[in-house]
Structures are given as C-alpha cells and as structure tokens.
Design a protein around this ligand. Structure first.
Ligand code: SAH
Ligand code: SF4
Ligand code: F3S
Length: 441
C-alpha cells in the first residue's frame, strides 16, 4: 500500500471533496497518512476566496518541492479552487508539481495518478456542466469526522456577486439527484453518523435547475427527516432570498432538522449590496431574518460580512455594524475585501479602500461580532439543552466533552468518559464569547 497525505484549505465543500478523494484513492492501493513526510503522494486542496488563501497554498507546498529532491518518486498534486482557476500556470510557478486537478473531475483521480506514475505531467481543469453522480455512487467516502457527515447537494454558483471567485472556480450551479443524496445519507447513517449536513454554495436553491421535476430543498429535507433513527439534519449556506416560507415551515415540521440558518448578509448598506450584485436590500434581508426568528423557536442565525468593499463609505460601514445589532445576528464570519482576478469589483481600482482602513474596519466588525455572540450565548444560561458530543479531551488537567446544541452552540462539559457520538442532556451553567459551559444532567 502507498501512502497519501492531503492538506485541505477552504470551505466545507473542499473538505467534502477531500473526503471523496481519499475514498477514491482507497480503491487504488493508497492509505491515508497524517504525516506528510511519510507520504508517497502529497496533495493540496486549495481555496482562492481571498488572496491570502491563494498565497498560503503556494507557501505550503514549497517545502514539498524540496523533499522531492531527495525522494524522486514522490508525487505532488495541486487540486481545488486555485487549481481550477490557474490550471497549467501552476506548473510554471511550482515546476515540481506532477498534476493539477480542478474542482470538476475529482473522479478522474485514478486515471490521472496512473498517467503521473508513467512520468506524465497532467492538468485536468475542464469545466463540466454535469454533476458526477453516476460515478460518485460507486465509491465510498473516507470521512474525516466521526459524528458529522457532510453531503454536497448542489455544486457551483450562478450568482456572480461582484467580489466573488466561486462561480469561476466551481462553475455553474448543478443540483445532485435526490436518489444519490438519499443513498449517501443512508450510508452515513448506517455507518453510525449522527448528524447530516447538506452542503451547497446556495443550498436553498437546490432543485431550481431540475427541468422535469418540481423538487426543492424542503422536499429533500422532508424525505431525509422520514428516515429511521435518531439523528440531526443541517443545511448550509442559504442565500437570503431563496428562504421561502415553505422552507421555514419544513424546518419547524421536521423534528430532525435543526434550528440553525447561515444566511450571509455581506453588508448592511443597500447601496453596497447593490454594488455587490446581491439581490436584496437591507430591509428585505431584515424581513427574511425576522420571519425566520419569529417562526423558529431558539433559532441561531449566522452571517458573513465583508469589510472595506470598494467604495464603502464610513457611514455605509456603520450600517453593517448596526445591522448586526438590529437583526440580532448570533455570529458572523468576517473578512476584509480582497480583489480577485476575473471578478467585476476587482476592476474598480480607483474605489479600493486603503489597506490600513480595511484592517481597522475589520477589527471594528470583529468586535461587534464578539459582542453579539456573547449576548446571544448568555440567553441560554440556565436552560437544559441537548448536546451531540463531538470530542473528548483533557484540557488543563480536566476531562471535557465538547459538542453542539441543535442551534449550533458549542458546549464544553466536564466528563470523565468519552461520550463522542452520543446525545446528552446538559444544563447550561455559563456563557463565554465562543462557547457555553454546561453540566451533565
Ligand atoms: N455562497 C455564500 C458564500 C460563499 S464564499 C454566499 O453567497 O453567501 C464565503 C464568504 O467569503 C462570503 O460569504 C464572503 O463573505 C467571503 N468572500 C467571498 N469573496 C470575498 C472577497 N473577494 N474578499 C473578501 N471576502 C470574500
Ligand atoms: Fe460567491 Fe455570491 Fe455565489 Fe455566494 S452567492 S458563492 S458570494 S457568487
Ligand atoms: Fe474557497 Fe473554493 Fe470554498 S474558493 S471557500 S474552497 S468553494
């Protein structure tokens, strides 16, 4: 058996792709190693959402190139979103790379490796307009986590927000067939997974591209909810305007679907949203979020925001800080705007915000996120909540289990036995910024 090591960067979609790649490779005499130095095949699954993520990819593999000088049989693969975008150019930048594999054809991996082993340099970055479901069902998936299974239901994106590279790295939106998704869900449940997370760049537009079938995310959630067993269902990421009342009602009706929505707002200013090509205003976003909050008890709503989008004024930035308060957003991912090749906003150089100012705004944004996160966590002190345990470790001399509530709050509970994979009841005893403390009941 040969050994493969895969370094994964970026979002859950990339992490899920890595699990699929490991599954495919396990059919072709490769076992996973966690130690890159032991590997015969080194692969990096890259992210290009920001310049920093792209730079990290190149710096991470620099050392691999050096190892290859003493180990000529070592093979190196450059995969994922940067690969999709840069294709053959990767070879110019890192001549020691043996193959470049974009995001559309991970199932060609066995054939690519065979060619590489025969001394060829291979680049496979053609865009595909189909999902690879037919091939996918023949491979098992080597999942990284033991409790939570990620299952992509759509790939790609059609929205072309003016700052975002994803439509270029992941291609047009394609929904996977519900039969294959259900098969993957059933397989994961049979293997003992307790939480199913349905993934998509816009998970709530699932099914819009089915020409001969009216079947949407709500239908899929209802079908998965009807499967036997005690488990949880989540779905990320939701595009605000695709959250229908039917979807909200489905979350309420389905006991296994958790009270958690990730609904990125990106900016609190309607003018900035327009420049970003988001299809809602501050007020329409607010209505959607208020609707979700009033209908779904204890719901956690999280968001993403960009600080310093080209042309963003101080007043517009303050509207973002205010929106976080007004809509009681429980947590948000944040980033300073980073210009990305090919995207529309990257051409608005004369409107770029000064780097120092962007950093300052990002810090103010993070402070606001922290403040609201603590406020949101405090609401649960004294409550009894169900926690799905994901981890057991000794922290500063004390044994602790860590898990999540249905509404996605992290809870640390002192406990001397490893309860990973179990649902436990905990009384919440305290709230910190990023987590809750609890006691077993
Ligand atoms: N499909 C999701 C987002 C996927 S990308 C949505 O529409 O909300 C994840 C996050 O990265 C985005 O929500 C955005 O906040 C951030 N992001 C994307 N492009 C960026 C850029 N050029 N600079 C900074 N942050 C960016
Ligand atoms: Fe990017 Fe916008 Fe698509 Fe999200 S919806 S992936 S931000 S283009
Ligand atoms: Fe990054 Fe690609 Fe995900 S650019 S955020 S890994 S879809």
């Amino acid at each position: 058996m040969k050994k493969v090591y895969i370094e994964t960067m970026g979002c859950q979609m990339n992490k899920s792709d890595t699990e699929r790649m490991l599954g495919i490779l396990s059919h072709f005499d490769y076992v996973e190693t966690k130690e890159p130095k032991d590997a015969d095949l080194l692969m990096i699954n890259t992210c290009s959402i920001r310049q920093l993520s792209e730079d990290k990819a190149y710096s991470a593999i620099g050392v691999w190139g050096k190892w290859k000088q003493n180990k000529p049989d070592l093979k190196i693969g450059f995969c994922g979103c940067v690969a999709q975008q840069k294709a053959e150019n990767i070879f110019k930048r890192a001549h020691y790379v043996d193959f470049v594999l974009g995001t559309h054809h991970i199932y060609k991996l066995p054939e690519i490796i065979k060619r590489v082993e025969n001394g060829e340099k291979v680049c496979e970055c053609e865009e595909s307009h189909k999902t690879e479901d037919e091939i996918a069902k023949n491979y098992e998936i080597t999942r990284v986590k033991s409790v939570n299974a990620w299952i992509p239901i759509t790939e790609g994106c059609n929205n072309f927000c003016t700052y975002c590279i994803v439509p270029y790295t992941r291609g047009r939106e394609r929904s996977r067939s519900s039969e294959i998704i259900l098969k993957e869900v059933k397989d994961a449940l049979a293997q003992g997974y307790k939480e199913i997370t349905l993934l998509g760049q816009n998970v709530d537009s699932y099914g819009k591209d089915f020409k001969d079938r009216n079947y949407r995310l709500a239908d899929l959630l209802r079908e998965i909810n009807a499967l036997d067993g005690y488990f949880r269902i989540r779905f990320v990421t939701s595009y605000p305007t695709d959250i229908t009342d039917e979807l909200i009602q489905t979350v309420i009706d389905c006991d296994k679907v958790c009270e958690y929505f990730h609904i990125p707002m990106q900016s609190g200013s309607s003018e900035v949203l327009k420049a970003m090509n988001r299809r809602y205003t501050k007020d329409t976003y607010g209505e959607i979020v208020k609707n979700v909050r009033s209908m779904v008890k204890d719901v956690t709503i999280t968001s993403d925001f960009i600080a310093g989008f080209p042309g963003e004024t101080e007043e517009q930035f303050v509207e973002t800080l205010n929106a976080i308060d007004e809509f009681e957003l429980d947590y948000s991912n944040t980033a300073a705007y980073s210009p990305r090749e090919k995207t529309v906003a990257a051409k608005w150089v004369d409107k770029f915000i000064d780097e120092d100012e962007k950093v300052k705004r990002l810090k103010r944004l993070n402070d606001k996120v922290k403040e609201n996160c603590l406020k949101s966590n405090k609401k649960f002190v004294g409550r009894t909540m169900e926690v799905l345990v994901e981890n057991f470790e000794n922290h500063k001399g004390k044994n602790v289990i860590t898990g999540r509530t249905r509404n996605n709050k992290i809870v640390h509970i002192p406990c001397d036995t490893d309860r990973t994979g179990e649902f436990v009841k905990a009384k919440i005893t305290g709230a910190k910024t990023w987590y809750l403390n609890g006691e077993l009941l």
